[in-house]
Design a protein around this ligand. Structure first.
Ligand code: RUB
Length: 263
């Protein structure tokens, strides 16, 4: 298989997943075959990923791959410091799915000597929660792992929620399905929800919510059963205490004001 097609297949199958990794892989693919139709194809693989759209836009404006990758790297370094500063001693942190921004920040906090544990659920249908649990456990971070159905109980154990974002819209963020329920539960219990994200996830227009193949949920379902598999959902801004980005730890409206002038 040609390298371009392989990267596209890896993005589609979620071997490459998470908004930042998808954006970087999309840039690599585009540069192998730069054309309007490649751009269209790459975007169609994951339609809910503004970091990917923005990265391709910046490429078209003349940014190099090196500049784009170093943007992501330097943002993450700043984010790590801000997240570290938010974590109180012996905190229990709830996270969801597999966000490289959250995971890198937690690993950096651990390396900085912060003591905390992490709670999360499996994140069906593709179990990205297991991937997160494994990566954190490999770095000697304490992890408690629940089934998705135990989400309420798991969130109640936490004193803060850290989730990533696929998109940051004016009305709220988009992240893996389950993120809205988690944020609602956290709000009911007075647990602050922080979104950890590079500002390139900001998108001033609406984005489509990706509907994934029903096979991921139930391959042998009876014909009359309509299996649904929405990949993402909107977390309304009212549930979000702060957005932690390279800009700092900002309220929702402060973040939008800043990002609006730059994207
Ligand atoms: C992953 C997911 C992540 C965001 C942010 O979903 O929802 O929280 O993409 O990721 P999927 P990052 O597995 O469907 O891609 O922080 O790595 O940009």
């Amino acid at each position: 298989m040609k390298e371009f097609d392989k990267i596209c297949a890896d993005i589609k199958s979620l071997r490459i997943q998470g908004a930042t990794n998808v954006a970087k892989a999309g840039v690599r693919a585009y540069l192998l075959k730069p054309s309007k139709s490649s751009r269209k194809k790459i975007i169609s693989l994951r339609p809910t990923e503004p970091a990917l759209f923005n990265a391709l836009n910046f490429l078209e404006k003349g940014y190099t791959k090196k500049e784009i990758f170093s943007h992501f790297e330097s943002s993450q370094k700043k984010i790590n410091q801000f997240v570290s500063g938010l974590i109180r001693k012996n905190s229990t942190i709830y996270t969801h799915c597999h966000s490289s921004s959250v995971i890198k920040a937690l690993i950096a906090a651990k390396e900085n000597g912060k003591s905390f544990s992490v709670v999360l659920t499996e994140t069906r249908p593709l179990y990205q929660g297991r991937k997160t649990a494994r990566e954190l456990a490999n770095k000697k971070i304490k992890v408690s792992f629940y089934s998705d159905s135990a989400m309420h109980e798991a969130v109640e154990k936490a004193d803060m929620v850290l989730i990533g974002a696929d998109a940051i819209l004016r009305k709220g963020i988009i992240n893996k399905i389950g993120s809205e329920a988690i944020s609602e539960i956290a709000n009911v219990h007075g647990i602050p929800v922080y979104v950890v994200s590079d500002f390139w996830k900001f998108y001033p227009k609406t984005v489509d919510i990706e509907q994934r193949n029903f096979n991921e949920v139930w391959k042998e379902a009876p014909k009359s059963v309509k299996v649904r598999n929405p990949a993402f959902e909107v977390v309304p801004s009212k549930y979000i205490r702060r957005i932690v980005s390279e800009f700092g730890i900002l309220t929702y409206s402060e973040f939008i004001k800043k990002a609006d002038n730059l994207i």
